[in-house]
Write a protein that binds this ligand. Structure first.
Ligand SMILES: Cc1cc2nc3c(=O)[nH]c(=O)nc-3n(C[C@H](O)[C@H](O)[C@H](O)COP(=O)(O)OP(=O)(O)OC[C@H]3O[C@@H](n4cnc5c(N)ncnc54)[C@H](O)[C@@H]3O)c2cc1C
Length: 290
């Protein structure tokens, strides 16, 4: 199918993009890499009257270090994130997760901001953002504001962004020394959206968990943080048996995993156990070496 007709604008500044977005006379959508929006237009699931392409705004794709924090512009492509030595060094979890997103052709065009704003429950970046306490810098007609990752993902394909706001940048705070990270997902074929996945971080002190974080994706409408199991790990000595118990409790504790042609809710619970355990074990193994 072909999209319904639409107007196209490619402003060269954020101010101009905001002005176009705020026009109440014409229904407008922002266009980033187009890897989610264009299929939706082609299937006529989305029918905006105008697209405002963010691709010509200079500087929106920057990847920079700001006093130890990693700041990534909304228009940075997944490919540039995957290839960035700064990302690999400062945020290995983000780096590792990027390699799991779709295929190289999609990563060449798809952006960090597009993935966050689209908020697909099976997407890797929202879970990574929650695991790493990322912060979202957004701008609207009344100025800028910052939104914590924990508050950004509201429900299925819905974020805290207002219709007249633009996501400018995502900041990933500097990681504590000695932290290990782990990532695991299960898909039917490499490059497909995951049926379930998990991102984890761990820190050890004298061989015991000082803290841990486990965030799942693909198992609910938004990323799911396993708060009670994170708490349970604190002070414990990592072991296979402990990780199996924690992973089982995470699977059992999921509220309502979705069911579709790829995985039933019960199968997703099983997958959630498997990816939680794998991600946690990878994080601990790296923390032990850090
Ligand atoms: C075959 C296929 C497989 C895929 N597999 C995966 C996968 O495994 N994991 C995964 O995470 N993704 C996957 N994707 C989606 C892909 O990662 C997209 O790149 C991503 O979802 C959207 O990014 P984009 O830059 O293309 O955004 P677009 O498609 O251009 O936009 C997506 C939405 O975000 C809004 N938006 C974009 N930028 C901003 C901004 N700065 N501020 C406010 N709103 C904004 C747009 O208005 C639109 O509503 C897949 C896509 C395809 C086609």
């Amino acid at each position: 199918m072909k999209p319904a007709p639409f107007e196209y604008e490619a402003p060269s500044s954020v101010e101009e993009a905001l002005r176009l977005l705020a026009d109440p006379a014409i229904e407008t959508s922002l266009l980033a890499g187009g890897q989610s929006l264009v299929p939706a237009l082609n299937m006529r699931l989305a029918r905006p009257e105008r697209l405002v392409d963010l691709g010509r705004i200079e500087g929106l794709d920057a990847i920079r270090d700001e006093n130890g924090a990693l700041c990534i512009g909304a228009m940075a492509t997944k490919r540039s994130i995957e290839r960035s030595a700064l990302v690999a060094q400062k945020q290995p979890l983000l780096h590792e997760a990027t390699g799991h997103i779709a295929h190289p052709q999609i990563r060449n065009r798809g952006t960090l901001g597009g993935s966050m704003a689209h908020a697909d429950p099976a997407a890797e970046y929202p879970a990574v953002a929650v695991a790493l306490d990322a912060e979202f810098r957004v701008i609207g007609p009344s100025g800028e504001r910052r939104i914590a990752a924990a508050d950004f993902f509201v429900t299925y394909l819905t974020t805290a962004l207002a219709e007249d706001e633009i996501l400018l940048e995502v900041t990933f705070p500097e990681r504590p020394a000695g932290e290990g990270v782990g990532f695991a997902e299960i898909c039917r074929r490499h490059g497909d959206f995951a049926m379930a996945g998990a991102a984890a971080t761990a820190r050890l002190e004298a061989g015991r968990y000082q803290d841990a974080r486990i965030v799942l994706f693909g198992v609910d409408a938004t990323p799911v943080r396993a708060l009670s199991q994170e708490e349970r790990l604190r002070g414990e000595v990592p072991s296979e048996a402990l990780h199996a118990e924690v992973a089982a409790a995470i699977g059992a504790g999921l509220e309502e995993p979705p069911g579709d042609q790829h995985a039933s809710p019960e199968f997703r619970r099983q997958l959630a156990r498997t990816v939680s355990k794998r991600a946690l074990e990878a994080a601990v193994a790296r923390a032990a070496k850090a």
